[in-house]
Design a protein around this ligand. Structure first.
Ligand SMILES: NC(=O)c1ccc[n+]([C@@H]2O[C@H](COP(=O)([O-])OP(=O)(O)OC[C@H]3O[C@@H](n4cnc5c(N)ncnc54)[C@H](OP(=O)(O)O)[C@@H]3O)[C@@H](O)[C@H]2O)c1
Length: 266
C-alpha cells in the first residue's frame, strides 16, 4: 500500500548543481527539508556558503563544492569529492545552466555557442556519466535534469540556449534508456518562466517601464497569468528524487503555468 514515507529523502546523498540561487537553491532547500544530505555546487563559493548556512540552520548536512561545470575535469572533481566525503551518490540534479546573452541566429558567434553548450549540454552529459558510474556500482540512483520549455519551442534570440535545452531532453532519454536496468531513473523537469536572476536578466537592459510592459505582455500569454516562483519547482524534484518515482524514467514534468498551451490562446 502506498505510504507517504516514499517521498522521504532521509539520509540520501544529493548533488544539486547551480544550488547557490534560483531554482537550484529552492530544490536544495526542498531536499534538505525532505531529510537529504545535500551537496551544492556552482562557481561562486561565497554564494554557496550563504545558501549552506540557511540549510545547516534547518539541520541539514551540507557540503559546498565550488566548480565550473562547463569543464569536464571539474564535473569529475565534484563527483570524486562527494564520494570521498559520503561514499555514495543517490541523487544528481543537473540544474546549473546559463543564457549569458541574446543574439539573433545571424549574429550568434562560436564563443557564445561554446559557452552555452559547454555548461548546459556537455556539462550535463558528463556530470551524469560520472555520477551514474557511482550509482551503478551502488545499485541505483536518480538523475534529474532541468531542461526548459524552450527545448520544445525555440525562443527568439536565444537559439543556442533553446537548442541546448532540446539536447538536455534527449540526454535524459538516452541515459534513461541505457541505465534503466541498473536501477537508475533519469527524468527531466521543464520549467517555463520562473522569477530568478536568469529570468530577470532578460529585462535588465530595459527601462523599468519597458521591462514592466514586457513582463505584462508575457503574463498575458500565460494561462496562469503570472510568472512562477523557484519553490514551485521543488515538489517535482522531490518526487523524482524519491522512491515514489521508482517506475518513472525518461519522463518530463513541464512546470510552466500552462505556457506551452498558450499558442492556442493567440
Ligand atoms: N528561470 C527560468 O525562467 C528558467 C526557465 C526554464 C529553465 N530554467 C533552467 O533552470 C536552471 C536554473 O536556472 P535559474 O533561473 O535558477 O538561474 P540562475 O538564478 O541564474 O542560477 C543559475 C545557477 O547556476 C550556476 N552556474 C552558472 N554558470 C555556472 C557554471 N559555469 N558552472 C557552475 N555553476 C554555474 C549559478 O551560480 P554561479 O553563477 O555562481 O556559477 C547559479 O547557482 C537552468 O538550467 C535554467 O536553464 C530556468
Amino acid at each position: 500500500m502506498f505510504d507517504l514515507s516514499q517521498f522521504s529523502l532521509k539520509d540520501k546523498v544529493a548533488i544539486v548543481t547551480g544550488g547557490s540561487r534560483g531554482i537550484g537553491q529552492a530544490i536544495a532547500y526542498g531536499f534538505a527539508k525532505a531529510g537529504a544530505k545535500v551537496v551544492i555546487t556552482s562557481r561562486k563559493a561565497q554564494d554557496l556558503e550563504a545558501t549552506a548556512c540557511e540549510m545547516t540552520a534547518i539541520g541539514c548536512e551540507v557540503l559546498v563544492v565550488p566548480a565550473h561545470l562547463g569543464r569536464i575535469e571539474e564535473t569529475q572533481r565534484v563527483v570524486d569529492t562527494v564520494v570521498q566525503k559520503f561514499g555514495r551518490i543517490d541523487i544528481l540534479v543537473n540544474n546549473a545552466g546559463a543564457s549569458p546573452a541574446m543574439a539573433s541566429v545571424l549574429d550568434t558567434d562560436e564563443r557564445l555557442w561554446d559557452t552555452i553548450m559547454n555548461l548546459n549540454l556537455k556539462g550535463v552529459y558528463f556530470m551524469s556519466q560520472a555520477a551514474a558510474k557511482v550509482m551503478k556500482k551502488q545499485g541505483g540512483g536518480k538523475i534529474i535534469n532541468v531542461a526548459s520549455i524552450d527545448g520544445f519551442n525555440p525562443e527568439p534570440f536565444v537559439s543556442v540556449y533553446s537548442i541546448s535545452k532540446a539536447g538536455v531532453r534527449h540526454v535524459t532519454r538516452a541515459f534513461a534508456m541505457e541505465l534503466a536496468r541498473d536501477n537508475i531513473q533519469v527524468n527531466s523537469i521543464c520549467p517555463g518562466p520562473i522569477s530568478t536572476k536568469m529570468m530577470n536578466s532578460h529585462w535588465a537592459h530595459l527601462s523599468p517601464e519597458e521591462a514592466k510592459k514586457q513582463k505584462d505582455e508575457l503574463c498575458k500569454h500565460l494561462p496562469s497569468c503570472r510568472i512562477g516562483e523557484p519553490d514551485e519547482i521543488a515538489g517535482a524534484a522531490i518526487y523524482l528524487a524519491s522512491e515514489a518515482s521508482n517506475y518513472t524514467t525518461g519522463a518530463e514534468i513541464v512546470i510552466d503555468g500552462g505556457l506551452l498551451l498558450s499558442t492556442h490562446l493567440g
